[in-house]
Design a protein around this ligand. Structure first.
Ligand code: SAM
Ligand code: DTB
Ligand code: SF4
Length: 344
């Protein structure tokens, strides 16, 4: 892709005002610019497909204002123990059959205890053996945790910074922004790939959305995967009645993320169930190259798999196929869309 029009260097010195200026571009100019960056660095017709599973649900001691799994908010999410490896593998097989190349496992912990690590490692080994990429999001990591997870076959660790450093204190009080940066450092040091993004629509300003993307783009390495979540407002949480974000502002956030982290895969993450097909198409055009597929995120809903397969067919998108052993992404045409079309 050397010298392709639209190719931009990877930078780690973005100023807040530069990023705010990108947000302030005329919408069509911003989209054109983001799409040019997207096609220079990625196949714009390929979408990486991940499936999420909550392997340990609810009962979390933290106070993240958006989260239905925080014990203190009484959202109706029941606390459960860590799932057995066999049950997780059954779900991973189903996700693979539905077309997912990566299986992401979430736990409602502040962070894992030392005694949890061998259990999670066993789960990771099993999922990896299915030939899928593995991702885990377990919270803050302690001494030796990242290395142990890597040794078990973990490919990605998801740990979001969630919001701009100057808005963080409005959203979470039980751990510091710096704690998150420490865990991100542990992830990189262990040789894991980083999945790190945030949530928009939590009442932050545009300047704070720029601050979120600035903090991500100025990390020592750009996260390989950048999930941009739209807040899923859940009754019982402090953000249940947050003012919904203008959908075009969400598209702008995807577009700016695309421009400032040109090589990363930007995920159109939580919030798709609340979006029209047309809005999602705009997000793909603006540079989103990944989704969560499967009827559930962790505890909240996600579009039906059949609906997503149909959307891929209508937009001529195909899943990014990943050779999990070679760690090499190769795109292949979507057999699933053909299968669905044949079944229709
Ligand atoms: N407990 C771990 C942690 O916080 O790192 C891992 C699981 S936590 C649920 C993973 C991420 O899910 C959060 O960092 C947040 O970005 C996202 N998330 C949680 N609730 C959400 C919501 N209501 N809407 C959008 N994203 C949400
Ligand atoms: C991420 O950035 N979004 C996902 C995943 N990483 C772990 C989680 C979304 C959760 C939405 C609320 C829920 O389903 O509980
Ligand atoms: Fe707990 Fe993670 Fe939810 Fe925060 S986001 S309350 S740490 S599960």
């Amino acid at each position: 892709m050397d010298g392709m029009q639209g190719e931009v260097p990877v930078r780690h010195d973005w100023s807040r005002s530069e990023i705010e200026a990108l947000f302030g571009l005329p919408f069509m100019d911003l989209l054109a610019r983001a799409h040019a960056v997207h096609v220079a660095h990625h196949d714009p017709n390929a979408v990486q497909v991940s499936t999420l599973l909550s392997i340990k649900t609810g009962g979390c001691p933290e106070d993240c204002a958006y989260c239905p799994q925080a014990q203190r908010y009484h959202t109706g999410v029941e606390a459960q123990k860590l799932m057995d490896a066999g049950d997780v593998l059954e779900r991973a097989r189903a996700a693979k059959a539905a077309g997912a190349s990566r299986f992401c496992m979430g736990a409602a912990w502040r962070g894992p205890k030392d005694r949890d690590i061998p259990k999670v490692a066993e789960i990771i080994r099993g999922v990896k053996a299915l030939g899928m990429e593995t991702c885990a999001t377990l919270g803050l990591l302690g001494e030796g945790h990242a290395k142990a997870l890597k040794d078990a076959g973990l490919d990605y660790y998801n740990h979001n910074i969630d919001t701009s450093p100057d808005y963080y204190g409005e959203i979470i009080h039980t751990r510091e922004f710096e704690d998150r940066l420490d865990t991100l450092g542990d992830i990189r040091a262990a040789g894991l790939k980083t999945c790190c993004g945030g949530i928009v629509g939590m009442g932050e300003t545009r300047a704070q959305r720029a601050g979120l993307l600035q903090a991500l783009a100025n990390l020592p390495e750009h996260p390989q995967s950048v999930p941009i979540n739209q807040l899923v407002p859940v009754p019982g949480t402090p953000l249940a009645d947050a003012e919904p974000l203008d959908p075009f502002e969400f598209v702008r956030t995807i577009a700016v993320a695309r421009i400032v982290m040109p090589k990363s895969i930007v995920r159109l993450s939580a919030g798709r169930q609340q979006m029209s097909d047309e809005l999602q198409a705009l997000c793909f055009f603006a540079g989103a190259g990944s989704i969560f597929m499967g009827e559930k995120l962790l505890t909240t809903g996600n579009p039906d798999v059949a609906h997503d397969h149909a959307l891929f067919t209508r937009l001529d998108l195909h899943p990014l196929q990943v050779d999990a052993d070679a760690h090499e992404a190769v795109t292949a045409h979507c057999e699933i869309a053909d299968r669905d079309a044949a079944a229709a």
